[in-house]
Design a protein around this ligand. Structure first.
Ligand SMILES: *Cc1c(COP(=O)(O)O)cnc(C)c1O
Length: 404
């Protein structure tokens, strides 16, 4: 039997997951994407590349991260058992470094001198700046001026790590404009630079490449869970912004008899601009050079402003593979609103001594609800990151005494 037929055949050669994904970009960007694809398919599968990446994961990132049984959290619910894949313990405190190190290693094989990317809240910028420092490369992070003002601590981190933060003041001066600006910078300097996207989004081959680099999360978690329990988990849960941590986790379970749940931020409710739940409320459409589910304005075309309490989930689209798996019935769209998320944030902090990122707290919040329904099942949650970056915000806006 063929090993992993799903992962080998999705996306197809044109970069499609069913009718989602693909590449619809100007010719100069398309040309560069082709070169990245070619390099990834050859170098990325070579023995040297794979063994070097494994070495980096073990000795620099501190992988494997553990799977942990959250006993006190589980006992407090009295239902299904909750297990956490501890990506918060990955170097830099989140899963993002998994694909940044892969993208940077590919850049180093190609003799590139510079890594370019966009960032919204700054998390991807910090992870990529870390990878650039490791490989001794320049790093240029494009960031909207609105975000620069809001996310000062991450701007400081990027600069300390040696990255150059490029302010983008066009349009709304946030993530979308930053992506456009970063693509332009890449196309202006294609020989010496590589664009390193922040999630399983954008034109082919980025959604595939980022999923593959993140698949280490699922591969580890599956082996660890089997080792621990002797069976597979009944349910696998991850939060979804663009969808990289979820794609990595799910990749090991797509062909297994496990229920998969993509947890989207339901924010303050169902209205436009109040959430960032593209699978739940979006329309089929195009964004950033690929076909997917998009939260739009009334015209059903223009990406709408989105909101989430977790800025890392604040994206009006979703990775094409998630759109496909959801459309196909393999992936369940789930959600957690702000209030549930903050409750989960405090519950995990107080019952387990783990302060989660607000992004990850969405997954925990949904897992808590699922545990109440599926009282005799196991639930494996990807805890995508730690919450140090969120403590001041939560403390000021949702004070601890209110959540006693
Ligand atoms: C960026 C981020 C996310 C959302 O990104 P995905 O690509 O959807 O995984 C989730 N959790 C943390 C901790 C993040 O930093």
């Amino acid at each position: 039997m063929q090993d992993k037929p799903y992962l080998r055949t999705h996306p197809d050669v044109s970069g499609h997951f069913g009718r989602f994904g693909g590449s619809d970009v100007p010719p100069d960007i398309a040309h560069e994407c082709e070169r990245v694809l070619e390099a990834y398919l050859t170098i990325g599968n070579s023995y040297d590349f794979v063994s070097q990446l494994r070495d980096i994961r073990k000795h620099f990132q501190g992988r494997p991260t553990p799977v942990y049984y959250a006993k006190r959290l589980t006992d407090s619910i009295g239902g299904g058992r909750i297990y956490l894949k501890r990506e918060d313990l990955n170097h830099t405190g989140a899963h993002k470094l998994n694909h940044c190190m892969g993208e940077a290693l590919l850049a180093s094989y190609l003799g590139k001198k510079k890594l370019i990317a966009e960032t919204g809240a700054g998390q991807h910028g910090v992870a990529l700046a870390t990878a650039a420092a490791y490989f001794g490369m320049e790093c240029e992070i494009h960031m909207g001026t609105v975000d620069i003002a809001k996310e000062h601590p991450n701007v400081v981190r990027m600069e300390i790590l040696g990255a150059k933060v490029v302010p983008v003041s066009a349009g709304q001066a946030t993530l979308k404009e930053a992506v456009d600006s970063a693509f332009e910078a890449w196309v202006a300097d294609p020989v010496d630079s590589l664009y390193a996207i922040g999630s399983v989004v954008g034109p082919h081959p980025f959604p595939m490449m980022v999923r593959d680099f993140q698949s280490v999360v699922g591969i580890e978690a599956k082996a660890q869970f089997l080792d621990m329990m002797g069976v597979l988990p009944d349910n696998v849960v991850a939060c979804v912004g663009g969808g990289s941590n979820a794609a990595g986790m799910f990749s090991a379970f797509i062909e297994e008899p496990c229920q998969l749940y993509a947890v989207e931020p339901l924010g303050k409710g169902a209205g436009r601009g109040l959430n960032a739940a593209s699978l739940a409320y979006g329309h089929e459409g195009d964004i950033h050079g690929f076909h997917t589910m998009v939260l739009t304005e009334d015209d059903n075309v223009t990406p709408a402003p989105v909101y989430s309490i977790a800025s890392g989930l604040d994206y009006p689209g979703v990775g094409p593979e998630h759109a496909y798996l959801h459309d196909d019935g393999r992936l369940n769209a789930a959600g957690a609103d702000d209030e549930q998320t903050v409750r989960a944030f405090y519950a995990l902090s107080r019952l387990e001594g783990i302060i989660p990122a607000l992004e990850s707290a969405h997954a925990v919040a949904f897992a808590i609800e699922l545990a109440k329904q599926k009282r005799h099942e196991s639930i494996l949650v990807n805890l995508s990151g730690r919450g140090d970056k969120d403590v001041d915000f939560v403390y000021d806006n949702y004070p601890p005494e209110t959540y006693a």
